[in-house]
Design a protein around this ligand. Structure first.
Ligand SMILES: Cc1cc2nc3c(=O)[nH]c(=O)nc-3n(C[C@H](O)[C@H](O)[C@H](O)COP(=O)(O)O)c2cc1C
Length: 159
């Protein structure tokens, strides 16, 4: 096994939740991407970090947008996670159906929690772009369990 594969495998032992990060383009079409590399960085003010690979098709839309949506998925949303993990460079029109829109923000319908805000800083690190997003709106829906990413698979929480 190559070192690179072993390194990836070592991180697959670290369970995370699963989110969909999304932006609207000028034609009001949503571009979304499944992401587990999100993290709460600051509580005052509320700042969230997202890491996006240089090769990702959402990258250019993301860096241009002033409105970023991050939805944390529930355990019954594996289909949505899979949808936004496959390349959707051409059929992104289908994306909008997964979202609920309010006047000022949008988020995945029936998700666990969502955060909506604007980019306040960006850094290029290695093969990823790191974005820091100041949260303007958020909400949480406590009745569901999280979707978990562990050993390269989607699962329900063990406890
Ligand atoms: C559970 C899971 C988590 C992921 N997390 C990230 C992430 O944090 N950052 C990232 O750049 N890609 C991440 N990806 C990969 C992207 O979701 C996926 O490769 C991309 O959306 C494919 O579309 P594209 O080829 O149009 O870029 C993740 C994939 C999965 C299945």
């Amino acid at each position: 096994m190559k070192n690179e594969e072993l390194y990836r495998e070592s991180w697959s032992l670290f369970p995370t939740g699963v989110s969909v990060v999304a932006v609207l383009d000028n034609n009001k079409n949503i571009h979304g991407m499944t992401a587990n590399s999100i993290s709460s960085i600051s509580l005052n003010p509320n700042i969230v970090m997202v890491s996006i690979g240089m090769e990702r098709s959402i990258k250019d839309h993301f860096s241009k947008s002033n409105s970023i949506s991050i939805s944390v998925l529930a355990s019954d949303q594996t289909g949505i996670s899979n949808h936004f993990a496959i390349s959707n460079r051409t059929n992104f029109l289908e994306n909008n159906k997964f979202f609920q829109f309010s006047n000022e923000y949008f988020f995945i319908k029936k998700c666990l929690s969502f955060y909506f805000g604007k980019i306040i800083k960006k850094h290029n690190i290695g093969d990823h772009e790191i974005y820091f997003i100041q949260v303007k709106y958020f909400n949480l829906f406590k009745k569901k369990e999280p979707l978990v990413w562990y050993k390269g698979k989607l699962s329900k929480p063990i406890c």
